[in-house]
Ligand binder design. Structure first.
Ligand SMILES: Cc1ncc(C[n+]2csc(CCOP(=O)(O)OP(=O)(O)O)c2C)c(N)n1
Length: 191
């Protein structure tokens, strides 16, 4: 499964949700489908997309929040799964695209390569109530639909190929990214 295609498949469902992505390839693939004011592309702070998603979800319980994460990022902040499970926001869906690689910085293998580390098992062990694994586009679409329709904290581990975009670049700079998202939340979500 290609992550770009998986994101494309759920893109229409992201319109009414707050979306936080990790940096690099995943962010670029979402951006290339069309930027929306409800998207926030986390930069530099590897591992913390789910922590930001947790904070947003707890503070805006009426809004669905989606985190698009990577295996390398989650492995850098493994405790995040236990913190998510402890606070259990039922409006948060944490999608981990597991490509077994730190793709955005050159494609070094991660601990999930060749099935060594099972992030779905870790999420389950951490106490996340709804955990799904997807290896095909159909499984992915079904798992995401289930999570978006359901009313419980969900983690979806989607096995994807270690393939990213052939270009990088967005038409706004780093601080602008943060200010825009904050302003959007203030004006259109809380306001
Ligand atoms: C603390 C920290 N270490 C290293 C980096 C450099 N870095 C940026 S993205 C990335 C790889 C992320 O891997 P993963 O989450 O699996 O996503 P992928 O790139 O495979 O889509 C790395 C190592 C960083 N931004 N922050």
């Amino acid at each position: 499964m290609l992550r770009s295609k998986a994101i494309e498949a759920i893109y229409p469902e992201l319109e009414d949700k707050l979306v936080i992505t990790i940096m690099g390839a995943c962010a670029q693939e979402l951006y290339d489908l069309g930027h929306k004011e409800n998207f926030f592309y986390l930069q530099h702070a590897m591992g913390l997309a789910s922590s930001i998603g947790l904070g947003v979800a707890l503070n805006l319980p009426h809004k669905k929040v989606v985190v698009l994460d990577g295996d390398g990022s989650v492995l850098m902040n493994l405790g995040t799964l236990t913190t998510l499970a402890r606070y259990r926001p039922n409006n948060l869906t944490h999608i981990i695209f597991d490509n077994g690689s730190l793709l955005s910085t050159g494609g070094f293998t991660s601990h999930t390569t060749s099935g060594i580390t099972d992030l779905a098992a870790i999420a389950k062990g951490a106490g996340v109530p709804n955990v799904a694994k997807a290896t095909t586009p159909m499984e992915f679409i079904e798992a995401v639909a289930d999570a978006f329709e359901g009313n419980e904290l969900s983690v979806i581990v989607a096995k994807v190929e270690a393939v990213g975009p052939d270009h990088f670049g967005m038409d706004f700079k780093l601080p602008e990214n943060a200010f825009r998202f904050e302003r959007y939340i203030r004006e259109y979500v809380t306001g």
